[in-house]
Design a protein. Structure first.
Length: 353
């Protein structure tokens, strides 16, 4: 009897310790992008405070600074984009966001429309950062249904996935639930993250030839198209206007007629409003200087984000969208001066990493 009792105590103790270890390692990604911090900050915002939500990939994550958009237009927004940002994740981030805010417009870059690859690392990061358990479960169910190679145990038992973590553990891997890294990601960034400055490598010259046609066309990826359709339908069900903004790519050839035409036809047929800044005229009008405004061929630096965000503000200021200018409006005092804080934050070299 004593032996059985000891065995039972051991099993219970082991289970508690093992569960605690999974709890700790669930937040390893907080050491990098940490969308968990930005989501917790998003949840703190007053109901009805955000009129526009931005979704998509790292291009959107680094190109859109909501504080700059407010400074230029008085439109309130939040950046919900993440690195990679597959269509599956984008759809479930919309589901999550609508539990907290009721925007009038959703902007998405739809970058995965032609990408047939299903990124396990994107699912892992999203799973570990989602604060909503139901959304996290639903996303994993969809991911595992679409990609039969995924192992649920890799998600449920992160210690199994991070067997090498013992060699490079840092305090960032031991963050408690609810922790917000306000030093790295202060609330005035409003979900955006403009990391770094200066082009990595030899920047291209901005000439019309940079946008010569690449001369090929990729087919639409069925899985991603399905989730983008669900994204668009959910927006329309909630009276949310969907807008596509294509951000500049500065590599030769940066333009692909086949893809551009197919994307335009597919999105507009779904009722999406289409704006493409990826062309020579738009880039010159924005005053893009690659060595200052971009980190690489598609990711903005701090200064590039200011220019692209101002362009996004001008697009969204179209009276058709009915977005209010909240500058100097009672109840929106907290938004005033955020752009100045944004600029001061990125004037510190340490915040470019």
């Amino acid at each position: 009897m004593r032996l059985s009792k000891r065995i039972l105590i051991f099993i219970i103790g082991f289970a508690v310790i093992f569960a605690a270890i999974q709890y700790v390692f669930l937040f390893r990604w907080a050491a990098s992008e940490d969308s968990r911090t930005t989501d917790l900050q998003f949840e703190e915002m007053p109901d009805g405070a955000v009129d526009v939500l931005f979704f998509g990939t790292s291009e959107t994550h680094q190109a859109i600074a909501p504080s700059i958009i407010f400074e230029r237009s008085g439109i309130t927004s939040y950046n919900m984009a993440t690195s990679w940002g597959s269509a599956t994740v984008v759809y479930h981030r919309l589901v999550y966001a609508l539990k907290h805010q009721h925007p009038k417009v959703a902007v998405c870059d739809f970058r995965g429309l032609f990408d047939p690859v299903l990124y396990e690392s994107d699912y892992i990061r999203a799973y570990e950062n989602f604060t909503d358990r139901k959304v996290r479960k639903d996303m994993l169910d969809d991911a595992c249904r679409d990609d039969k190679s995924l192992d649920r145990m890799e998600f449920y038992l992160p210690i199994h996935r991070y067997h090498s973590l013992w060699h490079d553990m840092t305090p960032a891997n031991l963050l408690p639930r609810g922790y917000m890294n306000r030093d790295k990601l202060p609330p005035f960034l409003l979900g955006g993250y403009q990391a770094g400055k200066g082009y990595h490598g030899e920047p291209p010259l901005i000439t019309p030839e940079l946008w010569d046609d690449a001369g090929y066309s990729d087919p639409i990826a069925p899985v991603n198209a399905g989730y983008y359709t669900k994204f668009i339908d959910l927006c329309h069900e909630n009276d949310i206007t969907v807008v596509f903004i294509g951000y500049p790519f500065i590599y030769p050839p940066a333009y692909n007629t086949g893809i551009q035409d197919t994307r335009f036809n597919w999105l507009t047929s779904q009722g999406v409003f289409y704006y493409d800044l990826n062309n020579y005229d738009s880039v010159t009008e924005l005053g893009i200087i690659p060595e200052e405004d971009y980190l690489d061929e598609s990711h903005c630096s701090f200064s590039g984000a200011v220019k692209v965000s101002e362009a996004a503000a001008d697009i969204l200021s179209d009276p058709y969208y009915g977005l209010a200018d909240h500058r100097n409006e009672p109840g929106y005092e907290v938004w005033e001066g955020l752009a100045d804080r944004f600029r001061v934050f990125y004037s510190d070299e340490e915040n470019h990493n």
